[in-house]
Design a protein around this ligand. Structure first.
Ligand SMILES: NC(=O)c1ccc[n+]([C@@H]2O[C@H](COP(=O)([O-])OP(=O)(O)OC[C@H]3O[C@@H](n4cnc5c(N)ncnc54)[C@H](OP(=O)(O)O)[C@@H]3O)[C@@H](O)[C@H]2O)c1
Length: 268
């Protein structure tokens, strides 16, 4: 899966991309797609062994460089270190992909896990986008990809806090798109529906139909610089279309009912 739009990323932005959450799922697919387009890719996540395995595979296959950085993005010191060690690299494209979800009723949730999710899904994204956004603006070019979700555009019962973290990212992305007009810096919001990755198991959700991570990465990189938002795969597009004319209160009901069926196995 490759076309000119994706293969032109190196010429459009520059030599290095950075992908957070590259050890698995959508992030691994972003890394592969970027390496295939000839970009060097900095791979970031906590599981270093998986990052090294991916780095070796991509370096052998596409003859690019894939530096590995082990970082827990919920840890402010490790995040600082990540920003420092990447200063020597000409990073031109940032994919803020790392994230996780929780499901079940909020009052029964483990509050430490919820606060950790806020750190990874929101705080780390804010710091990364500010840090690299300043560099890109100064350089007059760059690309930022933010992982939102179909749950971001209304409240969702039984995943209330996760949906709120994605609403944060989505809303910030929309505002930055306005602020960055004419700067040469592109920002894409990616709002997938269910995707076949380790996400559902970790979030304790049961997905029915789902898009593949390869489709999410490919459609997103094709859309970067052309569109403001992409909903990869037919399921996300269909769900967004079906919800588009519904008032917000009805969208909340519908999405909460879908989440209810995805978390039926949980007593809470
Ligand atoms: N799958 C879906 O249905 C779906 C739908 C809409 C949006 N999304 C969004 O897409 C993004 C990627 O999800 P995915 O489906 O690919 O999930 P995944 O397969 O569970 O992968 C999540 C990635 O995030 C990394 N990560 C998690 N916590 C981290 C931390 N504290 N520090 C550094 N890295 C961390 C993980 O790496 P380590 O564990 O090695 O650190 C892993 O590489 C997320 O932002 C998610 O919200 C997913």
């Amino acid at each position: 899966m490759q076309n000119d739009r994706v293969s032109g990323l190196l010429q459009r932005y520059g030599p290095y991309a950075l992908v957070t959450g590259a050890s698995e799922g959508i992030g691994s697919s972003f890394a592969e797609e970027l390496a295939r387009a000839g970009m060097n890719v900095v791979l970031v996540a906590r599981r270093e062994d998986r990052l090294h395995t991916l780095a070796k595979a991509l370096e052998d296959r596409y003859k690019v460089l894939c530096p590995v950085i082990k970082a827990d993005l919920s840890n402010a010191e490790e995040l600082d270190e990540l920003l420092q060690v990447t200063n020597s690299l000409e990073i031109c494209l940032l994919v803020c992909n790392a994230g996780f979800g929780t499901a079940g009723t909020f009052l029964n949730a483990d509050i430490q896990a919820e606060m950790n999710m806020l750190d990874v899904n929101c705080t780390a994204v804010t710091r990364l986008v500010h840090h690299f956004g300043c560099k890109f603006k100064h350089r007059g070019k760059g690309g930022v990809v933010l992982l939102s979700s179909i749950v971001a555009t209304q409240g969702v019962g039984r995943s209330a806090h996760y949906a709120a973290t994605k609403a944060y990212v989505h809303t910030m992305g929309e505002g930055l798109q306005q602020e960055w007009q004419g700067t040469g810096v592109d920002l894409l919001i990616v709002a997938p529906g269910p995707v076949e990755t380790g996400f559902a198991q970790r979030s304790n959700m049961r997905l029915g139909r789902a898009a593949t991570p390869e489709v999410v990465a490919h459609e997103s990189l094709k859309a970067l610089g052309r569109h403001r938002i992409v909903r990869p795969g037919w399921l996300a597009k269909g769900m967004a279309l079906a919800l588009s004319t519904a008032p917000r209160w009805l969208r909340v009901k519908i999405m909460s009912s879908i989440m209810g069926s995805m978390t039926q196995h949980l007593s809470r």
